[in-house]
Design a binder for this molecule. Structure first.
Ligand SMILES: *Cc1c(COP(=O)(O)O)cnc(C)c1O
Length: 228
């Protein structure tokens, strides 16, 4: 229990320092706890210590956790790759999806989201370094996708997400490139309300915050190495 509290404190200090170095308000940055492959008692302890936003990559594992953990005020964020046969359960169990990268998936999520629930909060995952092996919409196809997703009734397009290539240089920061794309998209009146840049993980949150991140997705730095 103490240990997780200490780790939360340390991560919050990193966020605060990075925000302060960038002249930003740390309150504008949400700590999203990536709880994939972590033991339930540890996730519960993080919730009991005050965290509310949790990120999961694997649907089945996540649905089980959501059912058994006593976390009534948690907001669950789906951050993993999405196959079409998973959209119904994602639309039912999650509040946010960060990994939408094609229109078909967005259409299914919108159709399958109950109108009785608030709209599903969506980020488009961008393949910022154009890597063959990585999910995410291509930079050249982002604008078309964003404009189409913004039209879907049961979704609310909040912004962009990325997982950059592991090696990058400061003068070519993938986070700065994502922020530039984000600002450009926001010139469309239909996209002007976007407010979320989901970027930064345990190893690179400072760079992401310097470039305007509003949600850092932190696993290892909070929970330690994943169990399997
Ligand atoms: C696992 C994962 C993270 C967390 O990574 P850490 O390096 O453990 O902080 C963040 N985002 C996504 C999409 C992930 O899959």
């Amino acid at each position: 229990m103490h240990k997780i509290q200490d780790r939360i404190t340390q991560v919050n200090i990193r966020i605060k320092n990075a925000a302060s170095n960038a002249g930003r308000n740390p309150q504008a940055i949400t700590l999203l706890a990536v709880s994939k492959r972590q033991p339930n008692p540890l996730i519960q302890a993080a919730y009991d210590a005050g965290l509310r936003d949790f990120g999961e990559n694997y649907l089945q594992e996540a649905v089980e956790k959501i059912a058994v953990l006593a976390m009534p005020e948690a907001r669950w964020h789906f951050i993993g790759p999405i196959q079409s046969n998973k959209t119904r359960a994602i639309a039912e169990h999650f509040q946010w999806v960060h990994s939408v990268d094609r229109l078909k998936i967005a259409q299914r999520l919108s159709e399958q989201r109950s109108p009785a629930l608030p709209p599903l909060q969506i980020c488009l995952q961008v393949n910022i370094d154009n890597e063959d092996t990585k999910s995410g919409v291509k930079v050249t196809e982002l604008e078309t996708l964003a404009l189409a997703v913004a039209e879907l009734p049961h979704l609310q397009l909040r912004g962009l997400m990325t997982i950059p290539a592991t090696q990058y240089t400061a003068h070519n920061s993938p986070f700065v490139r994502l922020q530039t794309l984000f600002e450009r998209l926001k010139k469309h009146p239909q996209l002007a309300n976007m407010d979320t840049l989901s970027m930064g993980m345990s190893g690179d949150m400072e760079d992401a915050i310097a470039a305007g991140s509003t949600q850092v997705r932190i696993g290892t730095a909070l929970f330690g190495e994943r169990t399997h």
